[in-house]
Design a protein around this ligand. Structure first.
Ligand SMILES: [Mg+2]
Length: 317
């Protein structure tokens, strides 16, 4: 069973349409009545990272940045973090290093650690980060993309995947690619500004790869997404490898849709925040995701993107 199906089955057990909840499972975060936004993100040694690759503080930083990325994808301002750690009993100093990394990522967006839990782990290190945020306006959901809207992405993609690919080959990644993996970008200001200015009609963060997350956006919106592959900004650390940008994952950039008339406001916002914002496609009627090349040839991409349940167990991705 793939990860998406499993998450759906588990969500069906937990969610009963309760009145205290404005938005239940199925988006980047849940929204409670009153504008409180909550999500959780788990990072497992040997699945998401290896200590042969990165230091404990870097693992903590990544875990928190991933959780905070989901706040940005809702247009929510992060307010606090809760951190649960499962640790080998013989290494208490490891917990402190992980926590320092989480703290550093939280400090970027003024989200303090307000609690958590610790357990002994008989196996890998597990870091679970709960992010809590708030919206002063409407949240931006995944389901708002409509035919005719433009598709946008922040930053450049594929650097983190290039680092993971190098590690998987037993090589040392380029320092810039490594940096993309260990220090995901902070898009909190971008996400909240897109929401506050009403510029984004739908939004998701790219955690599992542009194509995989575009499918989620398309499916939630009951629409189709066309990605112009020659417009996709490939990070220079990815060595020009479009596949890293399309399927690599771990970029933690924002993908969003917008009315065509919002283009100049979006570009102005990108300049104001010094964030590259690129129009990479559009929303159409036909369900699913299509790739289009510079000559206008279209194809249905294979089911790429990172899925923790289809990776051989025990091996880092
Ligand atoms: Mg997400």
């Amino acid at each position: 069973m793939d990860e998406t199906r499993l998450v759906e089955r588990l969500a069906a057990i937990g969610w009963k349409g309760d009145a205290s909840v404005e938005l239940g499972p199925g988006d980047d975060a849940a929204v409670l009545i009153g504008g409180l936004v909550v999500s959780t993100d788990m990072t497992v040694e040997g699945v998401h990272f290896s200590f042969e690759w990165i230091a404990p503080a870097e693992a903590g930083f990544r875990a928190a940045a991933a959780a905070l990325s989901d706040m940005a994808a809702m247009g929510a301002a992060p307010e606090a973090l809760l951190v649960s750690l499962a640790l080998p009993a013989e290494d208490p100093a490891l917990g402190e290093e992980l926590q320092r990394g989480v703290r550093a990522a939280g400090d970027r967006t003024a989200a303090p650690i307000v609690g958590g839990d610790v357990s002994r782990s008989p196996g890998p290190v597990v870091i679970d980060v709960v992010a809590v945020g708030r919206v002063a306006h409407d949240v931006v959901k995944r389901g708002g993309a409509r035919p005719g809207h433009d598709l946008w992405v922040s930053g450049a993609l594929g650097g983190a995947a290039a680092a993971v690919a190098a590690w998987s080959r037993g090589e040392r990644p380029e320092p810039e690619a490594r940096a993309r993996f260990v220090r995901p970008p902070d898009r909190a200001r971008l996400g909240t500004a897109l929401a506050a200015q009403g510029l984004a009609t739908s939004m998701i963060d790219i955690s599992d790869g542009l194509l995989a997350d575009a499918r989620r956006l398309a499916s939630a919106s009951e629409a189709g997404i066309r990605v112009l592959e020659h417009r996709v900004p490939v990070d220079e650390t990815a060595g020009g490898d479009l596949n890293h940008a399309l399927e690599g994952g771990e970029d933690y950039e924002l993908m969003f849709t917008a009315h065509p008339g919002a283009k100049s406001d979006i570009l102005a916002l990108g300049r104001e925040l010094s964030v590259q914002l690129t129009r990479i496609g559009s929303v159409g009627e036909e369900a699913g995701v299509l790739l289009e090349d510079a000559e206008g040839r279209r194809r249905v991409p294979g089911r790429g993107g990172f899925d923790h349940f289809t990776v051989p167990s025990g091996d880092p991705p």
